[in-house]
Structures are given as structure tokens and as C-alpha cells.
Write a protein that binds this ligand. Structure first.
Ligand code: AMP
Length: 976
């Protein structure tokens, strides 16, 4: 205190006047204050020693609020060693704590007559302890934090002018482990006033993202990331375990996983709200509640499905989004075509299918006797072709009926809900009576006045045959004269005939049930004179009589029917998309990994593929707002989509320009039928299509940041490596999903990745023709295909072997594009040189600031042998491990784009050329205006100078300085 009287006004002026806003500070949300002298009203009670050193005083701020502070100014005496220490400061679990001090310091030169021992610094220390009441700590026990110097000291004139130079310094202490610590300040002969001291730690504040809540989290020590598991918000459940990383500076990074609203709830910003009455949500994978489908209702909130109206039903396999349906009406207009003991039945489909497309038919057969009054089910001997039940076409052939019998066939239409309805089934009935035809196999013995006939009995007599009746007459004389003969046997010789005359014979059988039908007519001519019979008794001649011919024909027809029926059945089974449809139309519920992608070309009718996989959207629900890009088929616009009973969302709208050909329309829509099969957070989501009016449009989710390559170029150097790895992880996860579905992308490149406002990257560009037509990077290969050479694996270029492994190669290139912020792979090398270099084993070097592990992963993706490349699942796991352990990213590959072997002759002679070469051409004016006109002038440029000349982005500064380093290293190439 001895010196105080020399500068009575000094201490007062050591304190700048504090504005209320400084005194009542609002600290950032992610900082938790452990100690703040600005808010301490009474004594701070800190220990000062020796007694004539630091002094605790009160000053008033402009609101007259007292503030406690410490000062010392023993500048006139040498060998000062003045200490004061704070009370014990509990660390509240924080491992890293920040100390912010505000102080003023007198400039020694401004103090007249002070000796050379006057100092302009002081020291800050800490001591960790579990004991909150230590009364003494030895100087040697303290750990030094730093020597603090003023950025701004002040002179007497400043004091006179009342210009206060308040310094603010922040230091941190790390890896704290005890309950708390003491801070100490050592003065060795300076004139200091410690205006305020604030001790705080950082936390990542409570956040809700992707419907997962992440708690307040204290940051880790040593700038390590802290992995935090999120918990799903109310009424939601995990889709993929939600995780995020709390970074050392209190920010959240790399969200992974998400929760989804449970059935009956839909997402609304950060929470799940109940579906309103009249709406439902069946699966947690559906984003929003939908209006109840026709003939169904939900009277309560939170419905996960709608109940069917009376008389309507929902089959077990029906998706909840399908309208409730009812059994079909009866089939109509039955027609029967009888052929002996076979009958073909045909009918028209029911007028009302019940609202379903799965109508089939069943045939019920009854055999009736006694004028149709006594009926019983048909025996198992009756056959139905193609089958009796579950017929998909309105036609059946029924064979092996009994001859001369009454049958009643009932045709019933059945659909998927027929069994659920208590009402009797709707039938149409057909009655027929079969004939009983005798098939004559003529065993002929002819003479001039007799003919011998033989025959076979009917195939299926409806009883025991009592006798056969043979009728004959002279040809063309039936009306005048005919003769009827009867026999119990199968042969008869008719005698008393005229020589050289043609007779017509017919035979029928009689059972207890009566006569059957006559068989066909047979014409035979008696001999003109006695002669040996043509064919003896052992020489049977089998004539192709009309009946037999009929049988052959019938057999043939039946065979054809069976064969063609089976054939059609087979083709249908193969082509019928219904089977697959069941899997895909069931809302958007898809079990990951359980499905295979269906190529739209497997559809005979490509429009069917669009109908199956893409929802038709009413054009009136879309509002187009602005053009955001140009696609192969027309403009790409952004706009809004407001579907009935859904929230309005931002969408991208691709339209098909006017004057298109049918093929162009098909190709355009093929993208929708491919995209519509995918459902993954890293795959661009299809909202639907407009095909019923013009222009034809494809509507997808809107990605605010556009394509990844442009986005990276725009934000060069602005992301942390963890953020970049987070982007790569997203792309790999999307590609894993595609490869699990056996979909090969063929054009994976940063330009085909879209980025949304949360930096989530999604794979896009699924058009069929895209690799051929759309991609400006695609070039013709010697085999005629058009391929984006720089992104494509060698085996795909050489012999079009496109596989998920060739997608992995492209993925490696995308990693390179990401780390180099959108640099062009292989720079300006020609495609031919790229192919040659790859073949010779050359691989892209690590971009600037690229962690070794990432470059190694790229090199793995670029293994020549495709079986040795990692699978996408392995890539996702590797990236997850890196994110969990950021230290593994610290070792950088020792190369930069300047070590690119393709530019060994790299030489620049002007600053402008140099800036162009390092892609920083936008700063030419800044360099010129700051006087950097020759290359040698930039060799010693500093970060501070770059800031002064308005190169403020840290990433750009780093890039420029790194390039300057390279200039030093390869001075011989630089023509300065
Ligand atoms: P494409 O025809 O798919 O290559 O789209 C052409 C351009 O339109 C892309 O490069 C993007 O800039 C933009 N674009 C396409 N789809 C979207 C989307 N869903 N969100 C935002 N921009 C998009």
C-alpha cells in the first residue's frame, strides 16, 4: 500500500466505467458459470498475501451496483511477489473449465520515475483439490496456467482522457478430476486492476433432433467428442438408435439415427401429435396421418387403423391404406357348351367386384336325378380344367361327367373378403344333361346283301347298359324307310340289304335311365356281287368316323386348354406384379434388407411400374415457386405440396418438357418407379408423380442446399473434419441400403448427392437413361457405352461390369471430392490419361488436410480386384468408429494437392496464376490491392495479413498458407 499515495487517482482510473449491460451479462446458452465476480455483492473473501500486495476493493458500476475487485500497484519497489487466491471453486463435473479475466494494466513507461523492475504481466495458477477449506497452499503446489500480458495497456494520457483499455483474456484448464480447484494470481511488480473474473464450463444444451431428445451434456476434456444417446420423445420409438456428439466447444455434431412417431401419431416439429378423428397412421414408418380410406372411419384420436363401415371388410393381408371392400355380386350371363361328357362353362365377371381386384371363381357341381329334384354332390371323378376353385378367368372345362345325366353347376364369385361376410354367397347356376353316345368302331364285313358292325359302349354310362339299338336306312331315304334293330352285344350283322347300295347306320345304348344319344352316322356300301369280304374277321379296320374324330379333336382341344392354361398361368405367375405389389403397396413399411429392387424393365407395361411404386398426386395440390436447376428432361423447380389432411411441405418438382416422345416419357418416369421403391433417410424421398395431366411431374422432398459438389465448393474449408466424415457416413449408409436391395447406382458422384438444411446427404439421380444421357461427365467408351470415367471402376469401364463393388469405387471418389471440397478428381487430366494412370496403379493422392485413415479407406475402395474392396456395411462401421474416436483423425496424410504427380512440371509465374492454380482465383483483387504483385512477395504472408486483406474464411486462409508452404518446398519450379 506504500505506493498508493503517489498515484492517488490511479486506482480509480484503473477501472473503466462499466455499462449496465456489461454488469448484467447474458452468457451464451452453452456456457455454465461457476463463478462470476460481477454478480458477487459482498466480500469475495479471497486470500491475499502478503498483506501489502493485492487489495480487494469495491467499485460502483453506472447503476451504482457495487462490484468486488482486486488491484495491486507496487511498481516503485523491486522484488514483488504478491499473491491472492480464490475460494474453492467446485467444478460440477466439468473436465475442462474456462477462466475469463477482464483487467487493466498500466504501461510502465507512462509512470514517471518508476524503476526498471516495473512489470507489465502477471501470472495465473490453479491448484486442484477435494478439500473446499484449505487455508494454505504452497506456491510450489500451484500449476501455472499462463503469464498474462495486456493487449492494451494504458498511459497517463489515457487516464486523463478517461480512455479505459479493458483487456479480456480467456484461458482454460483441462482434465480436471478432483472436486474443485483454487485459482491464484501472482503479481511480480505490475500495476494491475482485475476488474472481473468469470469461471465457466461449456455444455451442449438440451436439444431435440429427429424426434430424439439429447440432454444437457458437459463437454469432454481434451476437446474429445462425447457420444450421447438420445431418447425418443413421447409417442415415438427408435428407428435407428439416435446418437449425437457433443463437441469441445459446446456444439452438437453428426446426428445419427432417428426416432419415428408410433402408429396413431405423426411428427410435428419436435414432437409426435395424435392423429385426429377421421385419420390414422398404421405404421411408425409412415410420416403423417392419412385420411381414412373409403368405407372406413376412426371416431377416436390416435387411430392406427380405421374401422370398416357396416357391410365392408378388410382382409388380413390388405394394407391399412386400402379402402374397405365387400364380397362381389354374382357372375352373370353363364353359357355352357356341351360335348358328350364334357362341358365348357363361361360367364361374365360380376357387375360389382366389391371394390377389389382379386375376384376368383369357384364351381360347385351337383348331379341330379328324378327330373332334377334329387341332387347330390358330384363324385371326385369329375375333373375341372384348369381347376375347380380359385379360377382367375371366367371359364372352365369340366370333363369326365357321366353320360346321359343331369348336372347343376353353380358358379360363385369370391374375393378376399368373401369369407368375412356373413351374407350368403352370390351364385349363378347352369343345368346341363350329358349325352350317352356310343362310339362305333366298325368291324366291317361286307357282302352284296349284308354288313357286320361292331361298337364300343359309352365311356361313362349312367348305369348298366341293357341293350343297344341300331338304326339304318338307305342313304337319302331316311324319311321313307328305316329299320331299328336291337341287341345286347357289341356287334350285329344286318342282312337282307340291296347289293351295291349305300346305307347309313347309327347306334345308341339304353340303360335303366333310358336311351342315350345316337352316335355319329356311318355310311357303308354293300358289294355289287359276291366277293370276299374286305378284311376278314381278324382284320379290323378302324375307321376315322366322325365321332372318333370328334373325340380326337376334343382330346386335342382339352390338351390345348390344359397346356395353354398352364402356360398362361406360368407366364402370369412370372409377370403378375401383384405378388410383388403386396410387398410394396403396404404403405411405406419396408423391412430393411428384406427386399430386392425391381427393375422397371421387368414390367411389360412401364406405366404399371409407375402405378405400383409412385403415388399419383393431384396437380392442384402443388404450388411451383421458382426454378432451381435444369434436368435432362426439363426444369427442376422448388415449391410446396399440400396433400389433403397433411402438412404443407417443401418439394422439388421435376417436369417433363413439352413435345416429348413416348420413350422420353417412360424414361423420365422410370426415375420415379425406381425412387419409389426406396425408403431410407439417406436416399432422396419420392412424394409422388403427376401423370394424369400435363406437364408430367416427379415430386421429391426438397433439399435446401442442392447438390453436394456445388455446396462444398461454396463452403470451401468451412467444415470440421467430423462434419465431413458425418456427410460421408450418410452417403455410405444410403449406399448400403441400395446395395442390400441389389440396386447398383452406376453414377455415384458428389454431383448426384443432394444436401438438406441439416447437412444430411442423400443419394439421388435414379433415372434409367441418366448414365447414358444426363450426366455431363459421362463420356463414350470404346465399347460404345457412355460412362463417367473419373468416378467409374476399371472393370465397369472395360467390360461394363457394374456391381455394388464398382459403386464402392465411385464412393471412394466421392470421399475424395468431399475432403477436397469439390475438387475435380484427377484435375484436368484427360479421360484417356485417367484410364491409363489407373491401369498403371496410380491412385488419387490424399487431399490437403486429409486424415491418413480416410485416405487409406479411399485406397481400399480403389483396389483393382473388386472382391478386395470393402462392402458398404463395412465402410459405415469404419466411419462410425472414426466419429467415435476423433483422435484417430488427427494424423494427416503428408501430402497435398501440390504433390499431385500429374503436375510435376507445375510452374506459375504470377500471383494471379498461382491463385488460379490453387482455386482461390476469387482473391486476385485482394492480393493486388494489398500490394502482393510478385510471387516472392507472398512467400512470407501471414494469416493476420490475409485477414486484413479480407480473406477471412479460416479454410481459405489455411489453403492459401499451405500452398505458400508448397511454394517454399518446390522453389525450383516457381519462376519468381
Ligand atoms: P437432376 O435432374 O436430378 O440432376 O436435377 C438437376 C438439379 O436440380 C440438381 O443438380 C439440383 O441442383 C436440383 N435438384 C434436383 N432435385 C432436387 C431436390 N430434391 N432438392 C433440391 N434441388 C434439387
Amino acid at each position: 500500500m506504500a505506493t498508493l499515495w503517489i498515484y492517488p487517482s490511479l486506482l480509480f482510473f484503473l477501472f473503466p466505467s462499466l455499462t449496465p449491460s456489461q454488469a448484467l451479462r447474458n452468457y451464451p446458452e452453452n456456457e455454465v458459470t461457476l463463478l462470476d465476480t460481477m454478480s458477487a455483492l459482498g466480500d469475495l473473501g479471497w486470500e491475499a498475501y502478503p498483506a501489502e500486495g493485492w487489495e480487494e476493493i469495491s467499485v460502483m458500476d453506472e447503476r451504482n451496483t457495487p462490484m468486488r475487485s482486486y488491484q495491486v500497484c507496487n511498481v516503485m519497489e523491486a522484488s514483488q511477489n504478491n499473491w491472492f487466491r480464490t475460494r474453492h471453486i467446485a467444478r460440477e463435473g466439468a473436465q475442462r473449465v474456462y477462466i475469463e479475466i477482464k483487467f487493466t494494466l498500466r504501461d510502465c513507461n507512462s509512470l514517471p520515475g518508476v524503476p526498471g523492475t516495473c512489470k507489465e504481466t502477471f501470472n495465473m495458477y490453479y491448484y486442484e483439490s477435494n478439500n473446499p477449506n484449505l487455508w494454505f497452499i504452497k506456491e510450489s503446489q500451484y500449476i501455472k496456467i499462463d503469464t498474462i500480458a495486456a493487449d492494451e495497456s494504458f498511459t497517463q494520457t489515457d487516464v486523463g482522457d478517461r480512455v479505459m483499455r479493458l483487456n479480456t483474456e480467456i484461458r482454460d484448464i483441462n482434465n480436471l478430476s478432483k472436486k474443485g480447484f483454487y485459482l491464484a494470481f501472482q503479481d511480480v511488480g505490475a500495476c494491475i486492476a482485475l476488474v472481473s473474473l468469470r469461471v465457466f464450463y461449456k455444455k451442449c444444451p438440451l436439444a431435440v433432433l429427429n424426434l430424439a431428445q439429447f440432454p444437457d451434456t458437459v463437454t469432454g476434456g481434451d476437446s474429445a467428442l462425447v457420444e450421447v444417446r438420445g431418447s425418443c420423445v413421447n409417442d415415438s420409438e427408435e428407428f435407428e438408435a439416435p446418437r449425437m456428439y457433443c463437441s469441445g466447444d459446446g456444439g452438437w455434431l453428426v446426428p445419427i439415427g432417428r426416432c419415428v412417431c408410433k402408429p396413431g401419431f405423426e411428427e410435428n416439429k419436435d414432437y409426435c401429435q395424435a392423429c385426429r378423428p377421421g385419420t390414422y397412421k398404421a405404421s411408425s414408418m409412415d410420416a403423417y396421418c392419412s385420411k381414412c380410406p373409403p368405407h372406413s372411419f376412426s371416431h377416436q384420436e390416435k387411430a392406427s387403423e380405421c374401422s370398416c363401415e357396416k357391410g365392408f371388410y378388410r382382409a388380413d393381408m390388405d394394407p391399412r391404406s386400402m379402402a374397405c371392400t365387400r364380397p362381389p355380386s354374382a357372375p352373370e350371363n353363364p353359357i355352357s357348351t356341351l360335348n358328350d361328357t364334357s362341358v365348357t362353362l363361361e360367364w361374365s365377371p360380376p357387375r360389382d367386384s366389391g371394390g377389389r381386384g382379386d375376384v376368383t371363381y369357384s364351381i360347385h357341381c351337383r348331379k341330379c336325378a328324378g327330373d332334377g329334384r334329387i341332387c347330390s354332390p358330384c363324385s371326385n371323378n369329375v375333373h375341372f380344367v384348369p381347376r375347380q376353385f380359385g379360377l382367375s378367368i371366367p371359364k372352365v372345362l369340366i370333363t369326365d361327367l357321366l353320360s346321359n345325366t343331369n348336372y347343376t353347376f353353380s358358379v360363385e364369385a369370391v374375393n378376399g373378403v368373401s369369407d368375412l361376410s356373413p351374407t350368403p354367397k352370390q351364385l349363378v347356376t347352369v343345368n346341363i344333361t350329358t349325352s350317352q353316345t356310343v362310339n362305333v368302331i366298325l368291324k366291317e364285313r361286307k357282302s352284296k346283301d349284308s354288313i357286320t358292325l361292331a361298337w364300343q359302349g359309352p365311356d361313362r354310362p349312367n348305369g348298366v347298359i341293357v341293350e343297344y339299338e341300331v338304326i339304318y336306312y338307305e342313304k337319302n331315304q331316311r324319311d321313307q324307310n328305316y329299320t331299328v334293330l336291337k341287341t345286347k352285344g357289341h356287334m350285329m350283322t344286318v342282312e337282307g340289304l340291296k347289293p351295291g347300295t349305300t346305307y347309313v347306320f347309327r347306334v345308341r345304348a339304353r340303360t335303366d335311365g333310358g336311351y342315350g344319344n345316337y352316335g355319329g352316322e356311318i355310311e357303308l356300301e354293300t358289294s355289287h356281287e359276291d366277293m370276299l369280304a374286305i378284311g376278314g374277321p381278324n382284320q379290323s379296320t378302324i375307321l376315322a368316323v366322325s365321332i372318333a374324330g370328334g373325340i380326337v379333336l376334343l382330346t386335342f382341344l382339352v390338351a390345348c386348354f390344359v397346356v395353354s392354361g398352364r402356360h398362361c398361368g406360368y407366364i402370369k405367375a412370372k409377370q403378375d406384379p401383384d405378388e410383388e405389389k403386396m410387398q410394396f403397396q403396404n404403405g411405406r413399411v419396408k423391412l430393411p434388407g428384406s427386399r430386392t429392387y425391381i427393375h422397371p424393365h421387368t414390367y411389360e407395361d412401364p406405366n404399371q411400374a409407375v402405378r405400383d411404386f409412385a403415388k399419383e398426386i393431384d396437380a392442384s395440390t402443388i404450388r411451383i415457386e421458382r426454378v432451381i436447376g435444369a434436368g435432362e428432361f426439363g426444369e427442376v423447380c422448388s415449391g410446396r405440396l399440400k396433400l389433403p389432411s397433411k402438412r404443407e411441405i417443401y418439394v422439388a418438382i421435376k417436369s417433363l418438357k413439352a413435345g416429348y416422345s413416348e420413350k422420353q416419357r417412360r424414361d423420365f418416369l422410370s426415375e420415379a418407379s425406381i425412387m419409389g421403391q426406396f425408403d431410407h433417410p439417406n436416399i432422396i424421398r419420392l412424394e409422388g408423380v403427376v401423370t394424369r395431366c400435363k406437364p408430367v411431374m416427379i415430386i421429391t422432398e426438397y433439399m435446401e442446399n442442392g447438390s453436394l459438389d456445388t455446396f462444398l465448393k461454396k463452403h470451401d474449408g468451412q467444415f470440421t473434419v467430423i462434419q465431413l466424415v458425418g456427410m460421408m457416413r450418410g452417403i455410405a449408409s444410403g449406399m448400403k441400403y441400395l446395395s442390400d436391395m441389389s440396386y447398383v447406382h452406376r453414377d455415384l458422384a458428389a454431383r448426384n448427392i443432394l444436401v438438406n438444411s441439416n447437412l444430411v446427404c442423400k443419394v439421388s439421380d435414379f433415372g434409367l437413361s441418366r448414365v447414358l444421357e444426363d450426366d455431363p461427365e459421362a463420356a463414350y467408351t470404346t465399347r460404345g457405352g457412355k460412362i463417367p470415367i473419373r468416378w467409374t471402376a476399371p472393370e465397369a469401364i472395360a467390360y461394363r461390369k457394374f456391381t455394388s463393388a464398382s459403386d464402392v469405387w465411385s464412393y471412394g471418389i466421392v470421399m475424395w471430392e468431399v475432403i477436397s471440397y469439390g475438387e475435380r478428381p484427377y484435375w484436368e487430366m484427360s479421360n484417356q490419361d485417367v484410364i491409363k494412370a489407373i491401369d498403371e496403379g496410380y491412385r488419387l493422392p490424399a487431399p490437403m488436410d486429409c486424415p491418413v485413415v480416410l485416405h487409406q479407406l479411399m485406397l481400399d475402395c480403389w483396389e483393382k480386384s473388386r472382391s478386395e474392396r470393402p462392402k458398404f456395411g463395412q465402410i459405415v462401421n469404419t466411419l462410425d468408429k472414426l466419429i467415435r474416436n476423433p483422435n484417430s483423425l488427427k494424423e494427416l496424410a503428408n501430402s497435398s494437392v501440390w504433390e499431385d504427380p500429374t503436375t510435376p512440371e507445375f510452374s506459375v509465374s504470377t500471383v494471379d496464376e498461382w491463385l488460379d492454380a490453387i482455386n482461390m482465383g476469387q482473391y486476385k483483387d485482394n492480393f493486388a490491392n494489398a500490394g502482393y504483385v510478385s510471387l516472392d512477395s507472398i512467400l512470407y504472408i501471414s494469416m493476420c495479413e490475409l485477414s486484413k486483406m479480407d480473406v477471412t474464411l479460416v479454410g481459405h486462409q489455411k489453403k492459401i498458407l499451405s500452398a505458400v508452404q508448397s511454394l517454399h518446398a518446390q522453389g525450383t519450379h516457381v519462376q519468381v
